[in-house]
Design a protein around this ligand. Structure first.
Ligand code: UGA
Length: 435
């Protein structure tokens, strides 16, 4: 199959490279010339484990190329995927669809022969209808089917998630469209990934509902963690205990500083807006958003509390800045409100992140960036672990303590055991472990 992938962000680049790896012929298109030039040189604009090798091998095999202009690729394609950004619109929280609409208009003019246009970007319900309308307006004779095929990959595990998905959702009632997408995903049937065919609007809602449900699970366990601290229970055990019930499931029950990233905050906000527009307020999702926002801000107070409320003039070391490990993504990272809160309270902040420091500088210019974890804690009154990078999981605790001014550790990801930290003489606080 010939595929044109419009947009080389996370979803576009990973999907394009994986489709090429399945054996399809893929052209990834992006208007950003610098980005396309870099990709042609083999430089990957994002940090995603394994992506550089996957891109390189498929470029070498002649199955993957890059373009700044979509005409040729779209004209030749069996399927054109729209994977451009849908950021939160400034001011109102709705998804900004201007990139999707612009892509649809441009694609319309380049279509030749039967083509399936597929929205992969996360888009509000009804966007497929709008994309189809725009294409038919611009090119009334186009032989086109517009389908929705939401993506469920996670940053940091994107290639594995793409190649071993729990399911693939294909949203179109059109048989020809289903056939083309079935063929594109056929290699995944080897991994026993179920292909679920639905109507287009249903597929669009599945994506938002999935992200909102996962965000709800996290927020639920975070609130239980707060209660566990007060009543003397251990939230990790609670999560394990409820997760063993198949109806609940063990995943996404890890308590922490609140969810961040480029998807959950933006998508839950957009879902709340979509629902209000249809007079069906989603009170649970609204609460999830509010609770999560408050939680991220509250983390600075948790640090202050661990220092007996006296934080002005103190030095706080922060390990991990990105919203999760194995990514350089700082979007809506819990570290941002945390560090900002610490600075507002008069603390000095030193920080280290294995790959995210360049991105972090733009968000957090007024802190000291350090070369590694041990340099970061030098002279610190407290250490806060914000992102659970693997390299923070087995720090030399003796060395850490010796470098710090006060042995206070606030572990917002529960990567250490309280007994172990106490044995090393640390004052240790974590999340939801009140026992
Ligand atoms: C999320 C979804 O997991 C993907 O299925 C989806 O495709 C993607 O959004 C998207 O819509 O594009 P992602 O944001 O990359 O993926 O990362 P997650 O691993 O889901 O983590 C999101 C946030 O939740 C992080 O801040 C993470 O630390 C937090 N989290 C996750 C928890 O606090 N506890 C958990 O148990 C799990």
């Amino acid at each position: 199959m010939k595929i044109a992938m419009i947009g080389t962000g996370y979803v576009g680049l990973v999907s394009g490279a994986c489709f090429a790896d399945f054996g399809h012929q893929v052209t990834c298109v992006d208007k950003d010339e610098a980005k396309i030039d870099a990709l042609r040189r083999g430089e990957i604009p994002i940090f995603e484990p394994g992506l550089d090798a996957l891109v390189a091998s498929n470029v070498k095999a002649g199955r993957l190329d890059f373009a700044t202009e979509l005409t040729t690729a779209v004209g030749e394609a069996d399927a054109v995927f729209i994977a451009v950004g849908t950021p939160s619109r400034r001011g109102d929280g709705h998804a900004d669809l201007s990139y999707v609409h612009a892509a649809a208009r441009e694609i319309a003019g380049a279509l030749k022969g039967f083509t399936v246009v597929v929205t992969k970007s996360t888009v509000p319900v009804g966007t497929g209808d709008e994309v189809e309308l725009l294409i038919r307006e611009a090119n009334p004779s186009a032989d086109v089917v517009v389908a929705s095929n939401p993506e469920f990959l996670r940053e940091g595990a994107a290639i594995r998630d793409f190649k071993f998905p729990d399911r693939i959702v294909v949203g179109t009632d059109d048989e020809r469209g289903r056939k083309v997408l079935g063929e594109i995903y056929r290699p995944l049937s080897l991994n026993a990934a179920p292909l679920m065919y639905t109507a287009r609007r249903t597929a669009e809602l599945i994506k938002y509902a999935a992200n909102a449900f996962l965000a709800t699970k996290i927020t639920f366990i975070n609130e239980i963690a707060d209660l566990a601290e007060k009543v003397g229970a251990d939230v990790q055990e609670v999560a394990r205990g409820i997760g063993m019930d198949n109806r609940i499931g063990p995943k996404f029950l890890h308590a922490g500083p609140g969810f961040g990233g480029s998807c959950f905050p933006k998508d839950t906000r957009a879902l709340v807006k979509i629902a209000l527009d249809h007079d069906v307020p989603l009170r649970i999702v609204e609460a999830v958003l509010a609770v999560n926002d408050n939680r991220k801000r509250a983390m600075a107070r948790k640090v202050s509390h661990a220092l007996g409320g006296h934080i002005r003039g103190k030095t706080v070391a922060v390990l991990g800045l990105t919203f999760k490990p194995d990514t350089d993504d700082m979007r809506e990272a819990p570290s941002i409100p945390l560090v900002t809160g610490l600075l507002d309270m008069g603390a000095k902040v030193r920080a280290f992140d294995p790959v995210g420091m360049e991105q972090a500088r733009a968000e957090l210019p007024d802190i000291t960036y350090c070369d590694d974890a041990y340099a970061c804690v030098e002279g610190a009154d407290a250490l806060v672990i914000v992102t659970e990078w693997v390299q923070f999981r087995a720090l030399d605790l003796g060395r850490l303590k010796a470098a710090m001014k006060q042995p206070v550790v606030i572990d917002l990801r529960n990567i250490y055991r309280p007994e172990q930290m106490a044995a090393h003489g640390f004052v240790y606080e974590s999340v939801g472990r009140g026992t």
